[in-house]
Design a protein around this ligand. Structure first.
Ligand SMILES: O=C(O)c1ccccc1NCC(=O)[C@H](O)[C@H](O)COP(=O)(O)O
Length: 215
């Protein structure tokens, strides 16, 4: 039997949406801690959300090039995962993993064939890789842009590296993504929103239903 698909809903900001995400059957929830994101959650609110998620759904705090004090502050809240979504090097990922004592997802931007060659360098230092669309130059943030990328680039990927797929997925495209790319998991933010930062329980349900049906 195939491994179950891991579904992560990213950019949850409220208790109500956390409950809707759990009820819809997601495996992981992502909380953004990045002030330039429309999904930003303060440290105080993160504490409540992580504690409400504990033992019910895996929680992941998304950080962009964090300094050591930010990593320590977030790790102290006890999330299951920290996702690094900035230009962190393999060496920096390794040191954050050691310092935080939390499992690490490293997000990597894919825009061309050369980007795929960088994935191997992170396979040993991160617990999981998340492949996302490369943001356009000058973008205000490195993720959560609703942009997809050319999945055929991943034909060159070393398939022994487990990875999650993200970037512009929606309830309408997720089944094709799962069937074509065969990732271990998928991640979505904009595709289950009605406006930047405003999640829709109905779109979350549809996304999860369509993804599960494609496995
Ligand atoms: O969501 C954000 O605002 C964000 C900002 C800065 C770094 C990462 C961010 N999101 C991380 C995610 O894991 C998103 O789910 C992923 O980039 C896919 O987003 P989308 O294309 O909108 O589904």
């Amino acid at each position: 039997m195939a491994d179950p698909l891991i579904i992560k809903i990213c950019g949850i900001k409220t208790d109500e949406l956390l409950e809707a995400t759990i009820a819809a059957g997601a495996d992981m929830v992502g909380f953004m801690h990045f002030s330039r994101s429309p999904r930003h959650v303060s440290i105080e609110d993160l504490a409540g959300l992580i504690s409400a998620a504990r033992g019910r759904i895996e929680s992941c705090v998304v950080l962009v090039n964090p300094d050591n004090s930010c990593v320590a502050e977030v790790a102290a809240l006890g999330p299951d995962w920290i996702q690094l979504h900035g230009p962190e090097t393999p060496h920096r990922v390794e040191s954050i993993r050691a310092e935080a004592g939390v499992e690490i997802i490293k997000a990597l931007p894919i825009g061309g064939a050369e980007d795929v060659t960088h994935v191997n360098g992170f396979a040993e230092v991160a617990d999981r890789i998340l492949l996302d669309a490369k943001p356009p130059k000058g973008a205000e943030r490195p993720g959560g842009l609703g942009e997809s990328f050319d999945w055929s680039l991943l034909e060159a990927l070393d398939r022994s590296i487990p990875f999650m797929l993200s970037g512009g997925l929606t309830p309408d495209t997720v089944a094709a993504a799962v069937r074509t790319v065969r990732p271990m998991g998928i991640d979505v933010s904009s595709g289950v929103e009605t406006a930047p930062g405003v999640k829709s329980p109905k779109l979350i349900e549809a996304f999860i239903r369509n993804a599960r049906a494609a496995v």
